[in-house]
Design a protein around this ligand. Structure first.
Ligand code: GLP
Length: 279
């Protein structure tokens, strides 16, 4: 029999759902991911999306640039909301603004989409986070739910994985919204590599100063504004976190597990990321 504490937790979470699970060979992971975006924009050119950064979607974005180049898809009328951003000068090559510029926008063969990202150099980052949350809620009030939220999980090697920068802890509760978070050492240790690589490549001064804070959509921002979620994970490093996300308890200990509170989720994995799953 469930204890009263469990019943209370269940009531807070609402109904739980079984995400659709798609496991593909590593060789077709990126094309499969890109196809979700292409098909959505072909059906609905004015679609809105929540978009992610990181090493996982890098090839997906280059495939989308190529799809745009050959005229298969256009981002011109789409609206994009970035999931998170460092508290940093957006001109820094390690910023997520710079990531989106270089991986997607720099090489689109049509006009750019409408794009919203928290300003990393806002004088008051928490006020910027609140304003960003208001912008996404206003968009939803006017246009209906975001068509597709694409999120990754991290950091690699962890069992209790984040989405965005919703790190394990009570701050990443089910109803959390966009806010400033302090980046924990486990996440910094993994994410720093991509950041430093970007800084070196562009000869940026102060390249080793990895930011200590970020602004991130909350769990509610992601789940409650989106009609559908696409969760991407590839590589063996993601296997423990994917297992915990899909088979462990739902809660802030593993913030990515909250995806099971959403009725319409597809989890796309390569074989290595799926390797520890029960079935
Ligand atoms: C960062 C971002 C997350 C992203 C994660 C995964 O932590 N804040 O939104 O999901 O990186 O990164 P990677 O794809 O490099 O494993």
């Amino acid at each position: 029999m469930a204890s009263s504490a469990e019943v209370t937790l269940q009531e807070q979470l609402g109904q739980l759902y079984q995400p659709e699970l798609i496991v593909v060979h590593d060789a077709i992971f990126d094309t499969t991911a890109a196809n979700y975006v292409v098909e959505l924009l072909q059906q609905k050119p004015t679609a809105s999306l929540i978009v992610l950064t990181g090493s996982t979607p890098e090839v997906m974005y280059s495939l989308l640039q190529e799809a745009s180049r050959i005229g298969v898809v256009t981002f011109e009328w789409a609206t994009l909301f970035s999931l998170d951003e460092y508290v940093i000068d957006p001109a820094h090559p390690g910023s997520y603004a710079a990531f989106m510029e270089s991986r997607l926008f720099s090489n689109l063969h049509t006009s750019r989409p409408t794009w919203h990202i928290p300003r990393g150099d806002a004088p008051d980052p928490q006020a910027e986070a609140v304003a960003f949350e208001a912008r996404i809620r206003e968009h939803v009030a006017q246009n209906g739910l975001i068509d597709l939220a694409i999120v990754g999980v991290g950091p690699s090697g962890a069992e209790n994985v984040h989405i965005g920068f919703n790190e394990p802890g009570p701050d990443s509760h089910r109803h959390s919204v966009t806010r400033v978070i302090t980046i924990p050492p486990e996440t910094a240790a993994v994410n720093k590599a991509l950041f430093v690589e970007a800084a070196r490549k562009h000869g940026w001064q102060g390249q080793d100063e990895y930011p200590s804070e970020a602004m991130s959509m909350g769990i509610s921002t992601i789940l409650d504004t989106s009609a559908r979620l696409l969760v991407l994970a590839k590589g063996a490093g993601k296997a423990p976190g994917v297992k915990r996300m899909l088979e462990g308890e739902v809660g802030w200990e593993c913030p990515a597990s909250y995806i099971r509170c959403h009725p319409n989720v597809t989890v796309l994995l390569d074989e290595a990321a799926a390797a520890l799953l029960e079935q």
